[in-house]
Design a protein around this ligand. Sequence first.
Ligand code: HDE
Length: 718
Amino acid sequence: MGKIKEPENTNTKVEELAQNRLDSQDQYLTTNQGLRVSDDQNSLKAGPRGATLLEDFLLREKITHFDHERIPERIVHARGAAAHGYFQVYEGQSELTRAHFLQDPSVKTPVFVRFSTVAGSRGSSDLARDVRGFAVKFYTQEGNFDLVGNNMPVFFIQDAIKFPDFVHAVKPEPNNEIPQAASAHDTFWDFISITPESMHMIMWVMSDRAIPRSYRMMEGFGVHTFRFINAEGKARFVKFHWKPLLGVHSVVWDEAQLISGRDPDFHRRDLWDAIEGGAYPEWELGVQIVEEEDEHKFDFDLLDSTKLIPEELVPVIRIGKMTLNHNPDNYFAETEQVAFHLGHLVPGLDFTNDPLLQGRLFSYTDTQLSRLGGPNFQEIPINRPIAPVHNGQRDGHMRQTINTGRTSYNPNTLSGGCPFQAGQDMGGFTSYAERIDGQKVRARSKSFLDHYSQAKLFWNSQSDHEKTHLVKALRFELGKVAVEAIQQRMLIHLAQIDAQLASRVATGLGMDVPCWEGVQLNLGVPADADPADYQPTPTRKDVGRSAALSMANPPKVGIKTRQVAILAADGVDATGLTTLKEALSQQGAIIGLVAPHLGKIKTSSGEAIKVDASLQTAASVLFDAVYVPGGQASVEALKQEPDALRFVHEAFMHCKPLGASGEGVSLLKAAAHGGAEALLSSDGVITSENTSSLAELVTGFMDAMEQGRFWSREKPLP
Ligand code: HDE
């Protein structure tokens, strides 16, 4: 992949990290004490065949460090990939907030963004059906601000106290640690089937949003309602959104499962390669603003993280753009050691009483204490703010800062009162003075009890193929559940969302939708509470649709960074291949020449060209589109390769654009499972046996690539 643009280095955080970088090029090998090592291949022994000596400090130092290389992986979001970049606001937002990084369009605020899956271990596949973490650390001049969000705008539970239960249910089952990075098992669905508040989120995770095509093509959401506060002290509610400029795209479930085998690092690699190639991913930061006096005007509660604010009710205003333009130098030092916390806040922002948010405020620092080994994790280079740090906090494991002077307390006179407290006019943080007056109770607000209306809103808003994918996902997930009562309870919930949804899923399970009467669902009621106070309220009748919830109509943004496999062998038509490659490269698409073997193949004009991948190392699931150029010998050779036929068939099944010219068309025919004519006349299959219209054919193929997928090919699902 060639560089489209030289990487910019306008990032003050990346520059600051330079002092911690170490390059060992042209250096002698040393111990950790700087002693040069003469033999790193043999331990110190009593004779060449004798016992190793305890004295061997070189051996001991090397092995001891190795023994302690691992740190605990994150309890959730263990698997991730990250990149550096910057954020710029489009215009000053002083009316909304006094946050400094949202005032001046010329200021580039450095960011470090970590994307992740939730349930799997560090070594699990990127393509698990799961929520994706979308955590952004802004290194602002007023200190770090972490926006620790997900790629879905709602969450499974309403109260933080349920989080350990939820996570224990979704993680591998504790007796046999099966399954890895998957929610399709009994404990997850057992928990969900008696937790009606999860139903909205279940719609999202059963949709294709849970299997993104790329981290670069996902939305991000702050999930909770936060507060913006301006310099006059006026507060407003705010919900944060990240809108990817490449649009929102996903793969299909069968594809996701195959990618997990072919390239479990698919998302990680995609992000890395895009940045290395200069195709910097971009997102716009959007905000939904609600005036304080409008807090109660919605038929859901703004403090309930299982609800979103439909964009039709409150539009998303795009206030700035984030660009990721620099890969980390070292995975462990940066991506693994970065510590996010939504309590990392700057003036102009504040929390709300969302009970999920409130619990998170405790968890994120607490977890770093064991994960990163102590209270000094903020001194690790990736976590260090670019704003100066001065306080009386001292000591602890691995302290790096050498604080000078006698005082580490405040107030003091011996240091002239330093460091000083800063008033609001000097950039000091002040909490929003929200009036709070209430009895101490363990309870759930009744305004949180409508668990089905927004789940229905999501279902209603999906296109036909999205609905089909959702039904298939539920059939898969619940089909892996062994206990029938769990499946039945889920069908009851689904019937509250939509009768057709429930009956379609039931068909796949070979079951009937049970009737609600007499079924005790709400098992999460506290011991001393009246169950009537915890009954979900019925789905609202007036639930409409919200276009923003569907991925069916992504913006037309060209084919930049889209991956095209060109299947070829010796004798491939030279002119056809060149025309295609030139046109695709011009549009920024990435080409992979896939042949029966690695090395080189000879074109019809005798030129030897380099192969990018063999049929053994590649698969159609790693590409967005497949093209077969002409050339009699090439196509005949490919027809002898079952892997080539599967390549084409799989791409067709996954509704991807297929192109073929000249003799290439016959490979498509040979690969067709449901009849050659049906395949050739399908949407998104662009072919011509007549090579004189090559340019037109290639344009048609690129148009199809821009459209993405052709869902009309999918078999209708009852
Ligand atoms: Fe997290 N979450 N979470 N979470 N979360 C963590 O913190 C937690 C929640 C999210 O790339 C942990 O440093 C609780 C919602 C992301 O490093 C931990 C609750 C949302 C990441 C933790 C939630 C998130 C985490 C594990 C319920 C979306 C990865 C490691 C009250 C808005 C950040 C760590 C990264 C990570 C706790 C719910 C997003 C254990 C208690 C809702 C993106 O502290």
